[in-house]
Design a protein around this ligand. Structure first.
Ligand code: MG
Length: 355
């Protein structure tokens, strides 16, 4: 039989074991776990270069590094070779002079050839959104490394769905849609950053949640930062090439709130008053619109469509609750509708009340 002390010790130990076993981690896999499944290979043949659309900010078109700087603000230490921007090992990262928040980013890159090194040492660079959140650049065509660190991974967090890599020396593309994190005034996180990535035209990250700044070996917590920060390209000691870098700044995502649905004063009408509008309205060559009443709600129906709820604003004007359309009625001296005009999308469609 166990002593009283042993029972107490066991009781104290039990919760500790339980809490260790159920500790919450944001991932099933440990960071850089070599056992994490490797994304399957997909053969992609992108048509490159992709020309920038008219509203893009061109960050590198092959001619100069005017848009870029080194960490300390001095001139970027990378070189331009045959219209490509080449990372210079030991030259340090390069940063855009302009800061960005929500963006669509396009860039093209090529791993050095002949390929040298292995794992994380082979064609390593990186696209750091806001200088903090890395989409990995790596020669992953035929190169074993941890899944959360291969090309197009959100580094240390989220592997790409598939491996769409091209061989070293071939141009590859990233198209990234990035939504910055939102912080509350007290510095806490209101909304995590999110990103979507196409690698060589293949979807590899779909609105992936970013847990915080990406880092080697660890998950870092978010720290409140400005809404706009420079884009950074990493120097990881390999002469990776870049070209055709452009961004489109994205508008803030609309949030639900007043103004999404304009509120206009709604007139109060009895069932008896509403019944005057009930009936069929038509014109030659068009299916009649049918107005019906249920309780104190009028609806209009076009053809086989669903009934659309009508809101009265006056005896002659109604709008639709969910659609930007109005119905203007003509009334006879006794107040009975004789016709209506349906206004939708800049069109006005008259229809006479049918007997
Ligand atoms: Mg990297």
């Amino acid at each position: 039989m166990q002593s009283k002390q042993a029972l107490i010790a066991a009781a104290l130990a039990a919760p500790l074991l339980t809490s260790a076993a159920t500790a919450q981690s944001p991932v099933r896999w440990k960071i850089h776990d070599m056992g994490r499944p490797v994304p399957p290979k997909v053969v992609s043949k992108p048509q490159l270069p992709v020309p920038p659309p008219s509203d893009a900010i061109v960050l590198f078109d092959g001619s100069d590094l005017a848009q870029w700087r080194a960490l300390d603000g001095s001139a970027a230490k990378w070189t331009i070779r045959d219209g490509s921007l080449a990372a210079v090992p030991g030259g340090g990262a390069v940063f855009t002079r302009q800061g960005f928040g929500d963006i669509q980013l396009h860039l093209e890159w090529a791993a050095p050839t002949p390929a040298r090194g292995k794992g994380q040492g082979r064609g390593n660079s990186g696209v750091f959104l806001m200088g903090k959140y890395e989409v990995q650049v790596l020669d992953s065509y035929d190169n074993v490394t941890y899944a959360d660190g291969q090309a197009a991974a959100l580094y240390g967090q989220s592997p790409p769905f598939v491996n769409a890599s091209r061989p070293a020396g071939e141009w590859q593309s990233y198209d990234i849609v990035f939504r910055r994190p939102r912080f509350r005034p007290d510095g806490s996180v209101e909304q995590s950053a999110r990103l979507t990535v196409f690698h060589n035209g293949v979807l590899v990250q779909d609105n992936t949640e970013v847990w915080g700044p990406t880092a080697w070996l660890q998950h870092l917590p978010y720290k409140s930062h400005p809404d706009r920060l420079p884009l950074q390209l990493q120097d990881h000691g390999n002469p990776v090439l870049y070209r055709n870098i452009w961004v489109r700044e994205l508008a803030e995502e609309p949030r639900p709130g007043p103004g999404m649905h304009q509120t206009r004063p709604i007139a109060t009408m009895t069932a008896e008053m509403l019944d005057r509008y009930v009936g069929r309205y038509g014109s030659a060559g068009q299916q009649p619109a049918v107005i019906s009443r249920e309780g104190t709600t009028l609806s209009v129906r076009f053809g086989f469509g669903a009934p659309l709820e009508m809101l009265p604003h006056s005896s002659t004007e109604f709008s639709l609750r969910w659609t930007a359309a109005t119905l203007i009625f003509d009334l006879d001296p006794s107040g009975m509708p004789t016709s209506l005009t349906f206004h939708i999308g800049g069109d006005a469609r008259p229809a006479a009340k049918l007997p």
